[in-house]
Write a protein that binds this ligand. Sequence first.
Ligand SMILES: Nc1ncnc2c1ncn2[C@@H]1O[C@H](COP(=O)(O)OP(=O)(O)OP(=O)(O)O)[C@@H](O)[C@H]1O
Length: 706
Amino acid sequence: MTLSAQQSDAVVDDDLGSQLAAERAHLDLSRAALHRMRERAEALFSAGGQVAGDPYAAEMLGRTLSRRVAELADDPSTPLFFGKLDFGGTPDSSDPDRTDPDRREPDNPDHADHAGRSYHIGRRHITDEVGEPLVLDWRAPVSRSFYRASVRDPQGVATRRRFGFGAGVLTSFEDEHLDRGEELGTASRILTAEIERPRVGPMRDIVATIQPEQDELVRADLADSICVQGAPGTGKTAVGLHRAAYLLYLHRERLRRSGVLVVGPNRAFLSYISAVLPALGEVEVAQATVEDLVARLPVRATDDPAAAVVKHDARMADVLRRALHGYVCKPEEPIVVSDGSYRWRIGADALRRVVDEARREGLPYGTGRERVRARVVGLLQRQSEARRGDSPSDAWLRRMGKAKPVAEFLDAVWPAVTPEGLLFTLFSDAAALATAAGDLLTAEEQALLLWSKPPRSAKAAKWSAADAVLIDEAVGLIERTTSFGHVVVDEAQDLSPMQCRAVARRSEHGSITLLGDLAQGTAPWAATDWRVSLDHLGKPDAAVVPLTVGFRVPAAVVTFANRLLPALAVDVPPAESLRRDGALDIRTVVEPSGVDDATVAEVRAALAHDGSVAVIAADAAVERLRTVLTDAGVEAGTAEDVESVARVTVVPATLVKGLEYDHVIVVEPAQIVAAEPRGLHRLYVVLTRAVSRLAVVHAEPLPTPL
Ligand SMILES: Nc1ncnc2c1ncn2[C@@H]1O[C@H](COP(=O)(O)OP(=O)(O)OP(=O)(O)O)[C@@H](O)[C@H]1O
């Protein structure tokens, strides 16, 4: 049987009431302990400057301590624990760690060690004054059983308890006596309440209700790159963010040095997810769009769509590599350097060997150039040593490296090239482009790349968004890009091969979590096969794992949106919604002029419920709809403005990916479809944003599959 207490005043059973009271007391105790931990960290922080030996150490210590203070922030609206594990059996009294709480290891995953113990599971470790754990971090090894223990594999757990909270107050709990064969799974009332809760404001963490198949991904090894193919609302974003938090917990020092990066599709999305990791105590994760990653120069031009498609094609990587290495020439002349009364000479043959060797080493172009310089200086040094009988000074070596004949030789056979210069030449010089791209790109494709009016110099060039990705590729060919320890890429189905390569450079020495849904691919270069994307990302061996249980979109809405799937030409496993509630309302308006009024009426009806409301329309209609709503006295915000208090947001269809709203009103689906080549995919994204209710307002006929 499952025991549960509703509101405390509705508790019928004395035992339940006293258990709830005990749990509340534990919450108070934990809160006081956290407060003490934070005070201690603050005191250390203010004393940090005096205890550190030098300014650098002071700064490092200051940063660590201020981070610690931030990590210990107590948000009164988020409960400090959400679950409890009672391990069955009796404690092993012969174990010396049992009698010494400081030596007992709550992180030990071997559940036999936990016999007879119980642990509260929360967002971070909280210990009392003697170091006894009051709350265990959800990421600790023993906490894994909270997510994974089942009747079939109880992992030593007798009872799993979940807590229900309202406005930070502990109001209920729900027990599963695994030792008596009781298991709730997705029937848990607390899970259901969490999923069905009205959404307001930015995304929240899901630590309290991570599902076993999600937990498996969250706790995958740092060394493992994984790709999650999941239908809308299956928790991909949630899984990616929780995995980042988990890896940071487990590999704190290593990842703090190399860094963790989260890549999302746009600013609106990044602001929507920005609060999740800080709420989990992780305040140092970089978040960026792919555009941010490659933003070396401002984007001031727009490409013709056909040109953009060529620029995003994987063949461009070969074109650039060839073009760059085309600058390296065969040395034909000797080098002669005057050095006081000496003249050193290196013959063309020896120089050819130096250049060939550097070429074979496959170094980044800029490093190769310096390698050649160093080898030439080495040859000069040998001659000097043979004649003078002693080793030359460092100053001499530097002087030789810069000597005019050496510099001229380098400029002739391995010239310095800038990334912008490389592209400038290719886009303004048809012959240079043909040499590099001859058998890789067709004549038409090459013509698309060429500027009709070339700028006077690379500096004067106006670069497009696709050019920025190519420039980044060129940067990567010339010098090494620093790699993060782990990169989470969300909405990855929209990355072009060249964008995948930009991410690959930043995760070369780390692992990745790739999250996406092939059915939601809206970019012209959207992925149709994860294996191909993974190849471009340099992680060909990553496992592709499906998530199919939907936590967002109600079943009625999923069924409606799924009518589009056969027309999307992708092979993805169908999703199943956990939500039986929700409503779908198709509002057909006879006259196009009636659409605005119908939209206002739908918004008013939606405002009668709790939660957020979004009006989603083709980009071109957004301004009009916002004005219509304002004129009707309804305040409407924008998707980028997460601080906005307005409950209604008018969102262009192209910005809504990854976001969710309680009540979604889609205006004129046919216009959303007509606005872009992959309009049906866009509509699929739009229709799957609703948490509770979806209304479709239309005068134009609905797109055929619907
Ligand atoms: N285990 C869970 N418990 C409670 N809520 C969950 C769980 N998993 C996901 N959710 C919720 O479901 C919603 C959808 O999750 P999320 O945005 O991560 O899905 P997604 O797969 O990234 O969707 P999309 O494909 O639309 O980007 C979010 O509100 C999230 O908090």
